[in-house]
Design a protein around this ligand. Sequence first.
Ligand SMILES: Nc1nc2c(ncn2[C@@H]2O[C@H](COP(=O)(O)OP(=O)(O)O)[C@@H](O)[C@H]2O)c(=O)[nH]1
Ligand SMILES: [Mg+2]
Length: 212
Amino acid sequence: MSKLHQARFFTTVNELHTLPQDDVPEIAFAGRSNAGKSSAINVLCNQKRLAFASKTPGRTQHINYFGIYAKDALLAYLVDLPGYGYAAVGEGTRAHWNEILSNYLQHRKALVGLILIVDARRGLTELDEQMIRWFGVTQKPIHILLSKSDKQTFSENRALLHNIQEQVKQFAPAQISAQLFSSTKRVGLQESDTLIQEWLFKDLLSADNPTN
Ligand SMILES: Nc1nc2c(ncn2[C@@H]2O[C@H](COP(=O)(O)OP(=O)(O)O)[C@@H](O)[C@H]2O)c(=O)[nH]1
Ligand SMILES: [Mg+2]
């Protein structure tokens, strides 16, 4: 069973100075509002409503922390970042969250990798590229989940994956990988789960097994 299944809600924060300081690794999920971020977290954690998945875009204007536990020991965090690109958000709110997101992505030490959720029908947008540029400076890895791939044909998905892999080359030397994903059809779950656990627990795994 995946360690991610042992996730529980931890806290909600609105400002950077109140981020948890527990010295455990964390992975953040970023994406346009309505891209399928909360649904991806839910399915990866094998829970229906851990992260609220909404039909109303733009509602999640705060940072939600989910703890991953072994028994009662906190091992890591998954972080649901506020969705961006929602048109009805006022300019002040937008600027406020851009400031928080750029600071968080560039300076958060506990952050070991970024999962970027991109709607397969929409592809990589200017705002997604902004996230990549902010986080890319850290040299930490980025993995793109092309969500809602169930809404496209096999050949559309194949072309999309190819295009994205070409597009992200412009951000070299940033480490960026991508895969097809669907929360509703559970596509790409194993690949993403394995990668997230590697990012979070590689130190733990090598400590358990010194021959690694
Ligand atoms: N068909 C399909 N719909 C999805 C998928 N993931 C999310 N959705 C739907 O897209 C909408 C937004 O999803 P949500 O997870 O709340 O997006 P968020 O704003 O990025 O957190 C909801 O109506 C979801 O049911 C998917 O993989 N396939
Ligand atoms: Mg959400």
